[in-house]
Design a protein around this ligand. Structure first.
Ligand SMILES: [Zn+2]
Ligand SMILES: [Zn+2]
Length: 265
């Protein structure tokens, strides 16, 4: 059995756990070390069971707590070249931490304590990756946040997974009628920004029709989205496709500032 646990998720910080047996990997760490350590404890996880940290990109909502956490727990850090270089330049990678480069374009799989880890590129305004992870017991999941559009590489990475954690960042109506200035709106809905509820839900329908049954909606915007709205968009799209959540699959929005319920896959 494998588990996906979001410790916190959204524009104010992202950190999630992929766990199997006694060991787990962390993806990103976008809040401070005190908050993250508290969330790990609440999820019943010991830092000594973490086998590595996978970083998606250099934005602070993904790396804010990383430097201090790594000073306390010198774990291996995985990421793409430009991201690791940016973290290094920002002084977030203590010398004691093994640095492991993953090339998102070559699609090679790294063995991280029995977890098969592959990075894939996402379309964002800085170099950014998602991860496809095969757990030691043979389950597969993918996580993709911070992507303006679904590229062929993302489609391929999400295909055939047991669980998919995908960004459902904004509701287009809220974005257009909210407080954001034009340039920020254009950035969010542009091809190198974020994924809307509609784009996410259409992809989820395709995935559920392909056999995936567990979905985590991640990185919801605080200003331009609400959990009920993101969920409703998925349910409406699924309804039109004859898919019944609860019967055919489980869809869960991930909480902004709290540990979300564990999703088994
Ligand atoms: Zn982000
Ligand atoms: Zn970002």
């Amino acid at each position: 059995m494998a588990e996906f646990i979001s410790l916190y998720s959204g524009s104010s910080g992202n950190c999630s756990v992929v766990r199997s047996g006694g060991a787990y990997l962390l993806v990103d760490m976008g809040k401070g070390v005190r908050v993250t350590t508290g969330a790990l404890r609440e999820a019943g996880l010991d830092a000594s069971d973490c086998r590595g940290i996978l970083v998606t990109h250099e934005h602070s909502d993904h790396v804010k707590g990383l430097g201090t956490f790594l000073k306390r727990h010198p774990l291996p850090v995985y990421g793409a070249g430009p991201t690791l270089a940016a973290l290094e330049a920002a002084g977030l990678l203590p010398a004691a931490c093994p640095i492991c480069l993953l090339d998102p374009d070559r699609g090679e799989e790294a063995d991280v304590a029995g977890f098969g880890v592959r990075a894939f590129p996402t379309s964002h305004d800085v170099p950014c990756v998602g991860y496809r992870i095969t757990t030691p017991d043979g389950k597969t999941m993918a996580i993709a946040t911070d992507l303006g559009t679904l590229t062929p590489a993302v489609h391929a990475a999400l295909d055939g997974c047991d669980l998919v954690a995908l960004e459902s960042n904004y509701d287009p109506y809220m974005l257009h009628n909210g407080p954001y200035p034009y340039y920020l709106r254009a950035r969010i809905e542009g091809p190198r920004g974020h994924l809307s509820n509609d784009e996410c839900s259409e992809k989820l329908l395709e995935l559920v029709q392909g056999g995936c049954e567990k979905f985590a909606l991640c990185h919801l915007s605080q200003e331009n989205n609400t959990p009920p709205l993101a969920l409703q968009t998925v349910f409406t799209t699924f309804g039109a496709g004859g898919v019944v959540p609860g019967r055919d699959c489980i869809v869960q929005t991930q909480r902004r500032s709290e540990v979300s319920p564990t999703l088994e896959f």
